[in-house]
Design a protein around this ligand. Structure first.
Ligand code: NAP
Length: 310
């Protein structure tokens, strides 16, 4: 049988027929990422570098799992000899109902990006929020708690985790923007207790939900330091920017969770506006290191993982 390289994608059919599909693959695949799309994911090259650095004889692969296949894929996972998986778009919220245990981080975020398999039981966790926190510190040398943040894509799995991290850090201000406004509104209602404190920062409310393309976005941006894109806009080079360059100003810090070889449309918009910008590589690195720590209960080899992304 032809050996599959980790750059290839496995599917639900492969999981269903795992021993035949991968019997000859060495080292054995015992970790992976489920997503749709998933071809863009750099988690395999980063996690495989970590496994090699730690001399752990297994590998991490990509799995193209559609939304309708997630439940079956997770069910099969519990029966196989896996250590765990990461979940990416569009599975982070939907997976919650198919898991045996949900830890505090995943429960708080209402989203899962890391699953650990043990004794045929699947435990959900979430490292996106903490990964985001570390990425902001390393990219901009600032702490989230000191920032006024606008989060675009607040209704998605990653957006929810980032919003919760902003709340836990008690950041100065949080503006939640989402295409489906009701989700941003519901999240704002959930996070309100975190922002009920006595900080008084002038006329702007500390926590607000704003509709996508709302005319008040420009005024909101005058009271924001950090703009975060947690939508998938930018994954395709032809995507539009989630926020036009003309609304951005040089004082803004722009963080795009999307990453790729080319600058994303949002990073280009930031450069055009003279603002500082970073894409999602550092978040990928830190959330991945935290996942590794959950799977192996040891520190992740951060330098080897970073090198693998250069
Ligand atoms: P998700 O759960 O499917 O959520 C997608 C979010 O984006 C939702 O808020 C959705 O709004 C919004 N959205 C989708 N398409 C849109 C469009 N065409 N226009 C405007 N809004 C749109 O996805 P996810 O798992 O959170 O992932 C989102 C992105 O974050 C992905 O691109 C992923 O690569 C990136 N990410 C990066 C890292 C990293 O480590 N760098 C980590 C996590 C995620 P509605 O609520 O209206 O549907």
């Amino acid at each position: 049988m032809k050996k599959k390289r980790t750059t290839e994608r496995y599917t639900l059919a492969d999981l269903d027929n795992w021993r035949e599909a991968t019997g000859e693959v060495k080292p054995p695949i015992r970790l992976g990422v489920f997503g749709d799309p998933v071809a863009h994911s750099l988690s395999p090259q980063m996690q495989n570098a970590a496994l090699r650095a730690c001399k752990i004889d297994m590998q991490y692969a990509r799995f193209h799992i559609r939304a309708s296949e997630l439940r079956s894929a997770l069910h099969l996972l519990a029966e196989l000899d896996f250590i765990g998986v990461n979940l990416t778009v569009p599975h982070k919220i939907a997976a919650l109902v198919s898991l045996d245990e949900i830890d505090e981080r995943a429960a708080r975020a209402g989203a899962v990006n890391t699953i650990r398999v043990r004794d045929k039981r699947l435990t959900a966790s979430n490292t996106d929020g903490e990964g985001f926190l570390r990425a902001i510190r390393s990219e901009f040398s600032v702490d989230l708690r000191d920032l006024r943040v606008m989060l675009i894509g607040a209704g998605g799995g990653s957006g929810r985790a980032i919003a919760m991290q902003c709340a836990l850090e008690n950041c100065e201000r949080l503006v939640l923007v989402n295409r489906t406004f009701e989700k941003a509104k519901a999240l704002a209602d959930q996070l309100r207790p975190f922002f009920a404190g006595p900080r008084v920062l002038g006329p702007a409310a500390r926590l607000e939900a704003v509709a996508w393309n709302d005319p008040s976005l420009r005024a909101q941006l005058a009271h924001v330091d950090l703009v975060v894109n947690a939508t998938p806009l930018g994954m395709n080079p032809s995507d539009s920017t989630p926020i036009p360059a003309r609304l951005l100003a040089p004082h803004h810090m722009i963080f795009d969770t999307v990453y790729g070889a080319q600058p994303t449309p949002l990073v280009r918009a930031a450069q055009e506006a003279g603002a500082r910008a970073a894409n999602g590589f550092s978040m990928l690195l830190h959330q991945g290191a935290l996942s590794f720590q959950i799977w192996f209960e040891r520190e992740a080899p951060l330098d080897a993982m970073r090198q693998a992304l250069l």
